[in-house]
Design a protein around this ligand. Structure first.
Ligand code: AP5
Ligand code: ZN
Length: 217
């Protein structure tokens, strides 16, 4: 099973990816998490990505496509994977098609911009695993600590309001075009990925049930 999660920053892609990953025992491939790990490790990729991510822009298609191609070669992707935050541009989507990666479902989670700005101010993340929490909507069992490892949670550098607004603008300018791209493919071709859209303003648990039942189809 291969799934693409599509939606603006803060829509809940990472949150829902973790549920789908457990349900189907397939890995979550978050290009954002991979880039943050590269920054932490101080790799060449991390150095190139850091400033771009702080400004809310997109890292170049070439770098991202190579990163994803390498990742999907790993053995844990043999039975499928969940793409979280990839593709984000038409060239990235076309690179997947050219590489012969068959996608079963595209899952769009939509949330209006204003709700996203307030949502992201309350996000906390466990950097090691990518697990996400929210101070109000999904608090950790112990304040400031990851439920599984007990390690400290962090606030992402790009979650301050100004950067969130820039990331939203980038989404509307460069990524939202993928909605029409995949919707049209689903209409035109029976073998294209199935397209599903979900209201991401509902409770986390409700969104989860809606997505899982749609995937079971
Ligand atoms: P990335 O890490 O992918 O960030 P993003 O797309 O902006 O998405 P987020 O991770 O912010 O949100 P999410 O949808 O995962 O929401 P979450 O589940 O955490 O990318 C970061 C940067 O890396 C980009 O800006 C770009 O520079 C670069 N990059 C990454 N991929 C790239 C690519 N392919 N090409 C080029 N550049 C790339 O939830 C958010 C919060 O809300 C959490 O606190 C959560 O608990 C809470 N929440 C979730 N669902 C609900 C709900 N239903 N109700 C209430 N609260 C909820
Ligand atoms: Zn995410």
């Amino acid at each position: 099973m291969r799934i693409i999660l599509l939606g603006p920053p803060g829509a809940g892609k990472g949150t829902q990816a973790q549920f789908i990953s457990k349900e189907y025992d397939i890995p979550q491939i978050s290009t954002g998490d991979m880039l943050r790990a590269a920054i932490k490790e101080g790799t060449e990729l991390g150095k190139k990505a850091e400033g771009i991510m702080k400004s809310g822009g997109l890292v170049s298609d070439d770098l991202i496509i190579n990163l994803v191609k390498e990742r999907i070669e790993k053995p844990d992707c043999a039975n499928g994977c969940i793409f979280d935050g990839f593709p984000r541009t038409i060239p990235q989507a076309e690179a997947l098609i050219e590489a012969g990666v068959d996608i079963d479902h595209v899952v769009e989670i939509s949330v209006p911009d204003d709700e996203i700005v307030s949502r992201l101010s309350g996000r906390r993340q466990h950097p090691g695993s990518g697990r996400v929490y929210h101070l109000k909507y999904n608090p950790p069992k112990q304040e400031g600590l990851d439920d599984v490892t007990g390690e400290e949670l962090i606030q992402r550098d790009d979650d301050k309001e100004e950067t969130v607004r820039d990331r939203l603008a980038t989404y509307h300018e460069q990524t939202s075009t993928l909605v029409g791209f995949y919707q049209n493919k689903a209409k035109e071709d029976a073998n294209a990925p199935k397209y599903h859209q979900f209201d991401g303003t509902k409770d986390i648990e409700v969104v989860k049930q809606n997505i899982l039942s749609a995937l079971k189809g």
